[in-house]
Design a protein around this ligand. Structure first.
Ligand code: GLY
Length: 369
């Protein structure tokens, strides 16, 4: 049995713990202690997660809380919208909550982002706890306080920074996760090695198949190391004024690929990030910032884990360079129409660049087809 770990995101008065271990959902009352004692908890979940984990979480909360309610929103990206947020907020208010309420986000990234934004805006801000049930949410979206919904103009364009009071990453919730979702989440794990931790990437090269095969110890090490990396970055740059932007390695490409595919499940975010990181190494190699050997290692590892590394094999393959570049120019990270990329200087070292020549970018996209 793997041991539990507790990491702290050191943000002064807003510091919180990330708990990683097996069976945490059913012991939420013990783990969260005073945070739940005598509180009114509203668990926000989706229809896919509710039958799997809601009864255990509800039972644990009922042992500690004054009152426990749950609200189920439809599964899928469509719930990360202003109409869904408005419905959710009205439903929460209809329960007669006051500022003592604690919202608990039980689910993947959509639920975490939606419930987090609801917590940021309800009664001008209430406590919330993240209980991420996908690998992607455990290693990325549940940590760091980015919350929000999508707009017609693009993904995550409406939102707020609102840190959770705690994160419970229950490894048991990954047992029922579809292989495709696990693989997509794995891309975000690889990201931490590539952007700043060469030793972790080496560990992934040796142990990635164990992680993908859901070996308990390997998976827990991957989640813990990723959360640790994210915690350090968020502590240093909570509002993304600098270093936090490195977490967007591969994301300028990824957001364009996702946008042309239409957010309907054809291409998952993590799958797009996998291809985006491969393209980021293609770009760095074309700019002579990283060696062909490093680029080859990254491609080999991602492909070996079943992630798509070439545009030719992506569901976004039919998009033209003009189409993709137009979306990249309108990306949230762009400034004054200048595309912004996280560019690797090899494995474990990256920086943000606003001056990637468009001609090089076009060559990279062409060569990936
Ligand atoms: N997912 C990127 C960040 O939290 O900054």
């Amino acid at each position: 049995m793997q041991k539990e770990s507790k990491l702290t995101v050191g943000l002064g008065a807003r510091a919180y713990d990330i708990h990683v271990g097996r069976g945490l959902i059913g012991r939420a009352d013990d783990i969260l202690g005073d945070m739940l004692a005598d509180r009114h908890v509203v668990i926000i979940n989706d229809a896919a997660v509710a039958p799997l984990h809601l009864p255990a979480l509800k039972a644990a909360c009922e042992r500690a809380c004054r009152r426990v309610d749950s609200l189920t929103v439809p599964s899928g990206e469509a719930s990360k919208s202003m109409p869904a947020l408005a419905t959710l907020l009205e439903d929460i208010l209809a329960l007669g909550v006051d500022r003592d309420v604690v919202l608990v986000a039980l689910g993947g990234g959509v639920i975490g982002d939606l419930a987090g934004f609801a917590a940021a805006s309800l009664l001008r801000g209430v406590d919330f706890i993240q209980v991420p049930t996908t690998l992607l949410a455990q290693v990325d979206s549940s940590v760091g306080g980015k919350t929000g919904v999508n707009a017609a103009a693009g993904k995550n364009l409406i939102g707020a920074f609102h840190q959770p009071r705690a994160v419970l990453a229950d490894m048991a919730s990954l047992d029922t996760l579809a292989d495709r979702e696990l693989r997509a989440g794995y891309a975000e794990v690889v990201k931490y090695g590539l952007l700043g931790d060469a030793a972790f990437f080496e560990w992934l090269e040796a142990n990635g198949t164990g992680v993908m095969a859901r070996d308990d110890a390997a998976l827990a090490h991957a989640v813990t190391t990723s959360c640790q990396a994210k915690a350090r970055i968020v502590e240093a740059d909570e509002r993304e004024a600098g270093q936090r932007a490195l977490l967007n390695l591969g994301h300028t490409f990824a957001h364009a690929l996702e946008a042309v595919c239409g957010y309907d499940g054809t291409l998952l975010h993590g799958e797009a990030v996998g291809t985006g990181m491969a393209l980021a190494y293609d770009l760095a190699s074309a700019l002579q910032l990283c060696t062909g050997q490093d680029r080859g290692r990254v491609h080999a590892h991602l492909a070996g884990c079943g992630l798509v590394t070439r545009l030719a094999d992506s569901p976004a393959a039919d998009a033209s360079n003009d189409q993709l570049i137009d979306i990249m120019r309108r990306d949230k990270k762009a400034r004054r129409g200048q595309m912004r990329f996280v560019v690797p200087r090899g494995i474990g070292n990256s920086f943000v660049s606003d001056d990637v020549p468009e001609e090089t970018l076009r060559t990279v996209l062409d060569d990936s087809r």
